[in-house]
Design a protein around this ligand. Structure first.
Ligand code: GAF
Length: 388
């Protein structure tokens, strides 16, 4: 964290001069179970990982927002004209800075509070394009900074909805609330079980270390293919199925209802959501009951992957091969994490088998001509907080 704060401070000085009023950090996440269930009002089990975006920020006198990013080295400046209602897409801020403009816009839209300008320098070590929620880390760090700078008091649920709204309506990505919730509400040493209908969360013990286990994230560095369009298609499949079954959302479907769906594709989509919710509930119940040996999660993770592969069709061969290689390398279980169509695989493995498993994954990737994967240890970490 110290390094990120230093980088953000140096970037702030270079881009704007002076020192910022404060520093706010927000993490990326993995999701242990509960994939593509959030927008179906279902259950999820993510946690924050020890990779953060730090926003170094100050209020500014003029009503403009200036944002510098360490990742691109550029400074983007925008005024109130680009964060107002009904803005044609061509006039909206684009690229990474859209997440910042989106937060400014959503904050005003959802609270009615008009905030003044700000200067923000962003430094991050959340891997980009790896399905680890670098965009949630970005928007949550900015929202935390703006709320403190302008003394706006919001509860966590509202913060989640504001950053989701920014992403849905300003950036144009139709995501659920999984990533933002994990970034805002995670607590160290725990996994965050959430009912996405009520937004009620429970921090459940996740004693990886105690049982000699590690959760390894494998960033496959696979090219993301049409992920936005495909993601929106899956949402639409789910909405159509819910309409067909006469339920508010697929969370309310019970197994027997599958038979009444018109075609196999719809049956498979619904089956994924129903079984994924069950897996997530099973895991949450066992963690709540104090189960210390987390190896039981391995099989649930593998079942989740198979369901995402066969029924929901959001994996790609590179993710499937990585899961297979992890299992061959000694993992208790492995699965893709996040939206899919590329990105990362998480693997539950004994600490002493970690290197052998990573070697096997690296070897298999090399054999198939894939990019060299990157490995990270996913220790359950703290959610967004002020760091200076
Ligand atoms: C992406 C989305 F942003 C989340 O809301 C969630 O739907 C996830 O894909 C799939 O579980 O990360």
């Amino acid at each position: 964290m110290d390094k990120l704060i230093k980088q953000a401070r140096a970037g702030f000085a270079r881009a704007f001069g002076g020192i910022p009023d404060g520093y706010w950090a927000a993490p990326g996440r993995i999701n242990v179970l509960g994939e593509h269930t959030d927008y179906n009002a279902g259950f999820v089990l993510p946690y924050a990982i020890p990779f953060y975006t730090v926003a170094a920020a100050s209020r500014s006198k003029s009503p403009t927002w200036q944002v510098w990013s360490q990742a691109t080295g550029e400074t983007v400046t925008f005024g109130p004209g680009r964060v107002r209602e009904q803005l044609p897409r061509s006039q909206a801020v684009s690229g990474w800075a859209a997440y910042v403009a989106g937060v400014v816009w959503a904050l005003k839209h959802m609270t009615g509070v008009s905030i003044g300008g700000a200067r923000i320098a962003l430094a991050s070590n959340v891997p980009l394009g790896a399905g680890l929620s670098s965009s949630a880390a970005l928007s949550v760090s900015v929202l935390s900074a703006l709320c403190d700078l302008y003394d706006i008091k919001l509860d966590d649920e509202r913060k989640v909805l504001i950053t989701q709204f920014a992403e849905n309506e300003y950036v144009g990505a139709p995501t659920g609330i999984l990533d933002q919730t994990a970034s805002i509400r995670s607590q160290p040493g725990t996994a965050l079980f959430m009912d996405c209908r009520s937004q009620v969360v429970e921090a459940l013990p996740f004693p990886l270390e105690e049982t000699g286990l590690e959760m390894i994230v494998v960033d496959t560095r696979s090219p993301h293919r049409h992920s936005d369009g495909e993601y929106a298609d899956r949402r639409e499949d789910c909405e159509l199925a819910a309409e067909h079954l006469g339920v508010d959302s697929l969370r309310d479907v019970v197994r027997g209802q599958l038979l009444s769906l018109p075609d196999l594709l719809m049956k498979r989509r619904v089956r994924h959501v129903v079984t994924e919710n069950q897996r997530t509930l099973t895991a949450a119940n066992r963690l709540r009951d104090g189960e210390r040996d987390l190896r039981f999660l391995g099989e649930l993770m593998l079942e989740s992957h198979l369901s995402l592969m066969a029924d929901f069709e959001v994996t790609i061969p590179q993710l499937d091969h990585t899961v297979n290689a992890a299992l061959r390398g000694g993992a208790w279980g492995a699965r893709m994490t996040g939206g899919g169509f590329g990105g990362s695989v998480i693997c539950l493995v004994n600490r002493e088998n970690r290197e052998a498993m990573c070697d096997e994954i690296r070897f298999q990737a090399h054999q198939r001509g894939y990019n060299e994967p990157r490995f990270y240890s996913a220790v359950p970490s703290r959610g967004a907080h002020r760091v200076g």
